[in-house]
Design a protein around this ligand. Structure first.
Ligand SMILES: NC(=O)c1ccc[n+]([C@@H]2O[C@H](COP(=O)([O-])OP(=O)(O)OC[C@H]3O[C@@H](n4cnc5c(N)ncnc54)[C@H](O)[C@@H]3O)[C@@H](O)[C@H]2O)c1
Length: 380
């Protein structure tokens, strides 16, 4: 058991919510922390109902997140971190309330709906010396970590070209479920649906795998379904500051595709290919050699891939385990910070607020470029 003395609270993840429940299950997978407090919904009756089901004490089920932040900060046994799993527009005020009380935050992506808000959170987290993680899921997969190691160790030679795609079909027609409702509403989603929701995953996973920094981009965002105000499909051309080129495609109208994140990285000596549908495998091809299929759970993999796995090769690990890895690495940082005066968060392998901030910038730049006839713009 790692970090099993940590306590956490959650905002969001009420009845019928998608990702809050995934976070809770993932945290339980490794006994990373114990859920002790929550404001799971704007509706207090729903918070009470789910909180009771989860076995929480009623005095730690809160009517709203402001009260939760204040009360938890004043308790000797208060939470060590809060997990924020609410719609995009609420991340900023919720994170702010907890940071102001000195409580560590793990927030889902995109971290805010504007870059100005993300910068404010960064300044606040620095000032209050709190840890801030962002649940960019795909960086938690062992074979994504293996790809990162191989690239770092120069196995691909000089990087040349990056292809990233995330096709999905769930918004190919008007949808009236609650997840679709807020994602297509600019008041709750922000300035983008598709790029913010899934294009942001391509941006983060590519950056994590390759370390390449975007220097310029040109985007074309589409709205195909009538009546929508925000993009449901988009392509982005990228130039990175090391001369590498990239192309990203994110789509929520791609019938026949389901969360189909696929990344292909090409270098002068070899290439890598990772597909979310088969996340335990990584295709690695060296120039003039037969392709190799690397598989999770083997000793031939690097330490990061091995340390972030649980069961032997051939037994699939997936989405829950990827979240669990982000949480256990974040919780290790929270635990270390409790034990020492200061820690260096870069020693711990979880997505930081800097990445969240860059992700929000990516969304803003894509929208800006697309609105200007796909003009190439600097990513400063
Ligand atoms: N990392 C990933 O892979 C991933 C996947 C899905 C969603 N997400 C992100 O997670 C967030 C939530 O998405 P979802 O699909 O779970 O949404 P959802 O609509 O299913 O759930 C949101 C929950 O938040 C609650 N909520 C809203 N405002 C609240 C408030 N002020 N106080 C307390 N609770 C409140 C709602 O009642 C609901 O229970 C979004 O930011 C989304 O982008 C990330």
């Amino acid at each position: 058991m790692k970090n099993n003395c940590l306590k956490y609270g959650m905002v969001g993840g009420g009845p019928g919510a998608f990702i809050g429940d995934v976070h809770r299950r993932a945290i339980r997978l490794d006994n990373t922390a114990r859920l002790v407090a929550g404001s799971f919904s704007q509706d207090y009756d729903k918070t009470l109902s789910i909180g009771r089901d989860l076995g929480l004490d009623e005095d730690r089920l809160y009517d709203n997140f402001q009260e939760m932040a204040k009360q938890e900060a004043s308790r000797d046994d208060g939470i060590d971190f809060v997990s924020i799993t609410t719609p995009n527009n609420t991340h900023y005020p919720i994170a702010k309330s907890f940071l102001e009380q000195g409580i560590n935050v793990l927030c889902d992506k995109p971290v805010t709906t504007t870059l100005a808000e993300a910068k404010e959170l960064k300044e606040l987290a620095d000032r209050t010396d709190t840890l801030f993680g962002v649940s960019y899921t795909f960086s938690g997969y062992p074979m994504v970590k293996e790809a990162r190691r191989l690239i770092k160790e120069g196995e691909l030679g000089e990087l040349r070209m990056i292809m990233g795609e995330y096709p999905d079909e769930w918004l190919a027609a008007p949808a009236d479920n609650k997840q679709a409702a807020w994602r297509t509403n600019p008041d709750q989603a922000g300035i983008s649906t598709c790029i913010a929701d899934i294009g942001s995953h391509i941006e983060n996973t590519v950056s994590y795998m390759t370390g390449c920094e975007i220097s310029r981009l040109s985007a074309n965002l589409d709205i195909f379904v009538e009546g929508r105000k925000l993009d449901d499909n988009g392509g982005v051309m990228i130039k990175y500051n090391n001369g590498v080129s990239g192309m990203y495609w994110a789509s929520q109208i791609a019938i026949g595709n389901e969360n189909g994140l696929k990344l292909r990285i090409f270098g002068s000596k070899g290439s890598l290919e990772w597909h979310h549908k088969n996340p335990n495998l990584l295709k690695f091809t060296k120039l003039n050699e037969a392709p190799r299929m690397l598989s999770r759970g083997h000793e031939y993999l690097g330490d990061e891939a091995q340390e972030n796995s649980r069961i032997p090769a051939g037994h699939p690990e997936g989405f829950f385990e990827a979240f669990a890895n982000i949480y256990s690495n974040f919780a290790a940082a929270v635990q270390a910070k409790k034990e020492k005066d200061s820690i260096d968060p870069s020693d711990f392998d979880y997505p930081k607020l800097e990445e969240g901030l860059r992700g929000v910038k990516f969304i803003e730049k894509c929208v800006e470029s697309s609105k200007n006839d796909s003009k190439w713009i600097d990513f400063k």
